[in-house]
Design a protein around this ligand. Sequence first.
Ligand code: SF4
Length: 406
Amino acid sequence: HHHIDNATVEKVDAIIAAKHFHADIPDYEALAAYQANGGYTQLTTLRDGGDWEAVQATIKESGLRGLGGAGFPSGTKWGFVRGAEGPRYLAVNGDEGEPGTFKDRYYLERTPHLFLEGMLIAAWAVEADTCFIYMRDEYPAVLHILAEEIKALEAAGIVSEGFIDLRRGAGAYICGEESAMIESIEGKRGIPRHRPPYVAQVGIFNRPTLVHNVETLLWIARVMREGPEILNATEKNGRKGLRSYSVSGRVKNPGVHLLPAGSTITDIIDACGGMLHGHSFKAYQPGGPSSGLLPASINDVPLDFDTLQPLGTFIGSAAVVVLSDHDSAKAAALNMLRFFEDESCGQCTPCRTGCEKAVKLMQADTWDQPLLEDLCQVMSDASICGLGQAAPNPIRLTMKHFGEEI
Ligand code: SF4
C-alpha cells in the first residue's frame, strides 16, 4: 500500500506532456494537401488490380538500393519476402541514431505522406499484414506528425485501423540494427540476432519481414509517381542515382543535401557553400562513426556504396562530418569509440570488452599501435554484428592517415 502524493503524479504527468505534446511542430504537408497534389492515386491504382511484378520491375529499373546503410537492391528484397509463406510484416527502421544522421527527420517533418504512401505501396507489393514503424523517440515532432496523419489515413479509409503500428524506440543505437529492432518490436531487449536466417524469412514473430529505411520508402513513392528516371537518369563519376547526405561540421551551410550518388567530398563541401571562414579542410567522416575518418587528400572518390570499400570504409547512412585544422583526428576517433563503448549491446565479448579496451588505449598520449591492431583484428573477426565489426575502422584509419597525432 504505497502512497504516491498528487504533487508527484502531477510532476510526472508534466514531464511526459512536455516531452511529447509541447514539441515544436513544423509546417508540413498534411493529408488533404498531399492528396490535392495527386498523393495516394498510385496506391489506389495498384490496389485496384495492379501487377506487383511490374512494380518490382520499375523499382529495379530505378536502381534503388536500401538507404539505411547496407545498400541492398530494394526490388530484389521484395522478391525474397513475397516468396516466403505469409502472414508477412513490413517494418520501417526509423531509429535514426547514427551520430551525424538526420535525413529521415528532415523528410518526415516536411512530407510525411510521401513516406507513408511509399510504405503502403511496399506493403501492398509483399502483401504485408501489418506495418510497424519503429521511430526514434528523440524526434517528438515526427512522432506527433505520424500519429496525427495515421489517424487521418484511417479516417479517410485508406488504411484499416491498426494496419500501421507506430512504435517508439527507447534511445538505443543498436536498435537501428534490423534484427535488434525486430527483437525490440517483439517487446524484448534489443540485441542483434545471428544470421542466417535472414529477417526476410524469419523476422517479426518469426514471420517473413520486409525492412526498409525511411528514405528508401520516400523514393519508392516518387519512383512510382515520376518514373524510374527520377533516379536512374542522374549519372556522375560513373555512378547512377541520387543520395541524401546529412552534412555537419565546419561548413557554411550544413544540412541535408540531395546530390548525385557519384559526388565526392569536394562536391559536398561546395554544395554546403564551402568551409567556414577561418577553417581549412582537414578530414571527414564519410558515413557515420563506423566509417571513421578520411584525410582531406582523399577528395576525389565518389561517396557511394562499393567505392569506399578499398579505402577501408563505407558510406553507410551518408552522415558526413567535415573537420578542419581546428579539430583533432585523434580526439574525434576517441569520441567515436566512446560512442561504441556506450552503445555496445554487450551480447558478445569482442565488442563489449573490445570497445572498452580500445577507449583506454586511445586515451594514452602515444597509442600502442601493435596492441590496438591486434584488438581491431579480434573485434572485426569475432563480433556478432556490424557495430563491433566496424568499430575498429576509426582506429585503423586514424593510424593510417593521422600518424603524426597519435
Ligand atoms: Fe552487441 Fe556489439 Fe556484439 Fe553487436 S557486436 S551483438 S552490438 S556486443
